[in-house]
Unconditional design. Structure first.
Length: 247
C-alpha cells in the first residue's frame, strides 16, 4: 500500500516536466490525481501514461474556470486532500526590457493561478478535515539568476503566501509548504540548456549532482504524506546545497 493510498490530489501544470513527475509519484503511491494544464496534447499523453490520473484542461489564470474544474473533479472523486501549485509561465529577459504582456502572463499564471487554485481548493480541504498544499518555489528566491527578476519576484511572493497560509489554514489541519528546486534536469530544460550548461550548474552544486524530476517528486510525496504531519510553513530547498555554499 502506498503512502498516499486513497488520497485525491490536484496538480496544476501537471501535464509535463516536474508536474508530471509529481503526478507519476503520487499515482504510484496510491493517489487519484487531477492534472490541471492548458496543454491539451500533453494532458492526453499524461492521462494515457498514468493510470489513476485525470486530464483537467484549464487556464489557471482564469479564476472562474479554475473553480469550475476543481469543483467538478472533487465531486467526481469524492473529496480533495492535496493541492500542488506548480503551474508557471516562463520568460527571461533583463527587467528593463521585459514586455508588459510577458510580465502580465507570468503573474497571471504563476501567482494569480496559485491564488485562484487555493481559493477553489480550500473549502474542499476544510471539508475533508485537513490535507496538504505544496507551492513550487525556486532557489531563484535565494540567489541571483540572470534575467530572472520577474520570475524571482513571483516565487518570492509564493514563499510569503506559503507562510501566511500555513498559519491561516493550520487551524483546519491543512499543512502548507513550498518546495524550491535548484537546477532540474528535465526534457524541457534540456531543450534550451546544453551539456556545457548542465556541467556549469553541476560544478556550482556541492553534491556535484543535479536533481531530476523524480528527485523533486520524492520530496513532494514526503510533503503530502503523514511523514510530514507536523511540517508547515517552510520552503524546503532541493538544491544539493547550492544556495548555502561559501566562497
Amino acid at each position: 500500500m502506498g503512502v498516499l493510498e486513497g488520497k485525491v490530489a490536484i496538480i496544476t501544470g501537471g501535464a509535463g516536466g516536474i508536474g508530471r513527475e509529481i503526478a507519476r509519484a503520487y499515482v504510484r503511491e496510491g493517489a487519484k490525481v487531477g492534472l490541471v494544464d492548458i496543454d491539451a496534447r500533453a494532458l492526453a499523453e499524461a492521462e494515457q501514461e498514468l493510470p489513476g490520473a485525470r486530464a483537467l484542461p484549464c487556464d489557471v489564470s482564469d479564476r472562474a474556470q479554475v473553480r469550475r474544474v476543481v469543483d467538478a473533479y472533487v465531486a467526481e472523486s469524492g473529496g480533495l486532500d492535496i493541492l500542488v501549485n506548480n503551474a508557471a509561465y516562463f520568460y527571461y529577459a533583463p527587467l528593463a526590457d521585459m514586455p508588459e504582456d510577458k510580465v502580465s502572463r507570468m503573474i497571471d499564471v504563476g501567482l494569480k493561478g496559485a491564488l485562484w487554485s487555493l481559493q477553489a481548493a480550500t473549502p474542499h480541504l476544510v471539508t475533508r478535515g485537513g490535507g496538504a498544499v505544496i507551492n513550487l518555489s525556486s532557489v531563484a528566491v535565494s540567489v541571483s539568476i540572470t534575467n530572472a527578476a520577474v520570475y524571482s519576484a513571483i516565487k518570492g511572493a509564493l514563499d510569503t503566501l506559503t507562510r501566511q497560509q500555513a498559519v491561516e489554514l493550520g487551524a483546519h489541519g491543512i499543512r502548507v509548504n513550498a518546495l524550491a528546486p535548484g537546477p532540474v534536469v528535465t526534457p524541457g530544460a534540456s531543450s534550451v540548456i546544453s551539456e556545457e550548461g548542465w556541467a556549469k550548474r553541476r560544478a556550482r552544486t556541492p553534491l556535484n549532482r543535479l536533481a531530476t524530476g523524480a528527485d523533486i517528486a520524492g520530496v513532494a510525496v514526503f510533503l503530502a504524506s503523514e511523514a510530514s504531519a507536523t511540517v508547515a510553513g517552510i520552503t524546503l530547498k532541493v538544491d544539493g546545497a547550492m544556495t548555502v555554499q561559501g566562497y
